[in-house]
Write a protein that binds this ligand. Sequence first.
Ligand code: NAP
Length: 509
Amino acid sequence: MTLLCVPLVGRTVEEMIADAAAAAATGGDMVEIRLDFIQGFRPHEHLPPLLRGCPLPALVTYRPVWEGGQYEGDDTTRFETLRLAMELGVDYVDIELKVADKFMSFISGHKPEKCKLIVSSHNYEYTPSCEEITNLVARIQAVGADIVKVATTAKDIVDVSRMFQVMVHCQVPMIGLVMSERGLMSRVLAPKFGGYLTFGILNATKTSASGQPTVEDLLDIYNIKCIGPDTKVLGLIANPVKQSKSPILHNKCLQSIGYNAVYLPLLGDNLASFLETYSSPDFSGFSCSLPFKVDAVQCCDEHEPVAKSIGAINTIIRRPDGKLVGYNTDYIGAISAIEDGIGGPGSKDAASSPLAGRLIVVVGAGGAGKAIAYGAKEKGARVVIANRTYEKAVSLANAIGGQALRLEDLETFRPEEGMILANATSLGMYPNVDGTPIPKKALCFYDVVFDAVYAPKVTRLLREAEECGVKVVSGVEMFIRQAMGQFERFTGGIEAPECLMREIAAKYT
Ligand code: NAP
């Protein structure tokens, strides 16, 4: 079982002891005491109370500046401190590979049986090839490590796969972590690939390396105690990704039905290379968002017809035969939300849709704009596309048989009463919450205003529409409904727990 280790980076012994208690209370299995963070550290005075006051098994690390730590003194004092920690009964000691031989001579190869020696190597620049990592592991083993630790840095999310490949084949206990936000999956999936431990911080101010998740996220959102070799990997590939609520939503829902899968935020740079690299059947489904929805069409072997017509994919499923199938659940999520907002439940039959015959102005011609324009047309609406880049509005309008409009003409566009407006631009989205695609005074031309933006829940557009007495439909509705469609595809047809999704969306969006 992979241990959950909480790094302690307190500036005083008292803070360290308080944080160790917090680590135990939040569910950590062990702590890493980073002695190099303690100001004015005096080994003989500080170490005994520190180790006595620690309620969990402890790893002592005294990281020098030359390996990314804060200790600036000489190695002999450092080695003496680590030897003292061993004599005081500490469970683990970490020593850097660069001086491991020297340290072994210093302790004459003797250490208490209880104490395990972690020999570590940190690369803050990049992640080497599999062969180089394997050689590094062999060198670490050769100096007498009980546990091998290799930490590298992800420049691209695909770099993490090399660490996974080495870890699964490693014959000795190994900690293999890839730093930076692009390396997050190395930390969450450590139990899947046999990692000895993974680090979880108490909160964002208590980090000891880049890309560390909190203990709470690891236990509560990613449920790492239930991750094992057979756990399926799902996730949202996007850039940026950390603002997304999809990991909370999907993980909670997967957990509620006991489905053995974990859903990760995947900060990607190139969708094709991501899918090619993580090609095993266990990497079984992905949501894709900005900027990959259009690229995803090329990356899939097969497509749901609607997704191909829209030209944007937000869900990719890897079938057992390895083929990638693309879907678009944004389309049905947005359209059904708008239909319900108009006042009648959605229907597959265009003739009975409340959108049939209505004029809808879709602002935006990106992935969401295409999905809404295509869906509205399917339901029999007359569609007008307005977009900042007018040429894209024209191209989408031509593709679906609609009309194009310049964004600046929205202010005076009023061919008839009772129109529907759908914002599918990122205007108004956090952090630029003052943005809106249309002046307030023009909102009274509309019966219903829908905003695809769901963070914040009430955008400036929706607030101003409400102030004009117009019915509004929030992007949260679309978010929930597109996620329900994804969940059903991820799980091979299990109905999404809608009530739970609504509860989570209400709490976190
Ligand atoms: P996208 O493919 O990148 O398209 C972005 C659209 O926004 C384009 O039409 C772009 O116009 C326009 N735009 C961007 N910045 C603008 C600005 N400053 N002024 C005017 N127009 C601007 O993105 P997307 O995937 O369609 O997403 C669009 C929005 O929908 C995002 O806010 C996203 O969060 C939201 N969304 C919500 C859900 C949900 O579940 N609620 C699902 C999907 C998307 P140009 O063509 O001129 O660049």
